[in-house]
Write a new protein. Structure first.
Length: 194
């Protein structure tokens, strides 16, 4: 019996050793799989953290860009307002000139803008007070000119209209300044903001 017990003990010991070997191999495999999944999870977490950081950076850059754009728009609006004010003041100063200087400005506008054979249309007040003087001076300023004072008047807030037949040239201060603004806005801005 002792021989049978030894064989049985030996089988049990071999089985226990094999079980232990299988268990150790299983534990090693489980540890390997766990480590692999843990590495994958860490990589996924790191990738997601990087994507989140990039998304946050992109959002921040967009907001900063939007803020810069808003700041630029506000600055442009402020500059436009200053330019508007400069042209409004120029118009006010033209209208406030002493009457003799005002007549000379109107004569220069007529001489520079007209061919010399147009009727000069003024506001009722300007025509009554300065009409003949404006026409005389315009004719003096432009060689061969024969401007005439129109019997017609217009509601003008400074300036004049030149008329030849059915064709009219609006030389009102507001119109002239609007045209000047198109060509001189950059120069005015350079003076105001340098």
């Amino acid at each position: 019996m002792k021989g049978l017990e030894k064989i049985t003990d030996r089988i049990r010991a071999d089985a226990a050793a094999e079980i232990e070997s299988i268990r150790a191999e299983g534990n090693a495999k489980a540890a390997e799989v766990t480590a692999s999944y843990k590495a994958q999870a860490e990589k996924i977490a790191a990738d997601e953290a990087q994507r989140s950081a990039q998304a946050a950076q992109t959002l921040l850059e967009r907001r900063q860009s939007g803020d810069e754009m808003d700041k630029g728009k506000a600055m442009l609006a402020a500059k436009q307002a200053c330019i508007d004010e400069a042209f409004a003041r120029a118009e006010a100063q033209l209208k406030a000139l002493p009457r003799d200087e005002y007549a000379q400005v109107l004569a220069k506008i007529a001489a520079a803008s007209g061919a010399g054979d147009e009727e000069v249309i003024l506001s009722a007040a300007d025509a009554a007070e300065l009409g003949e003087t404006v026409v005389r001076r315009a004719n003096e300023l432009k060689s061969g000119a024969k401007f005439t004072l129109s019997k017609e008047t217009r509601e003008l807030d400074g300036g004049l209209v030149l008329k030849k037949g059915a064709v009219e040239l609006n030389c009102a201060f507001a119109t002239q300044l609007r045209l000047l603004r198109q060509t001189m806005a950059a120069d005015v801005a350079a003076i105001l903001f340098s």
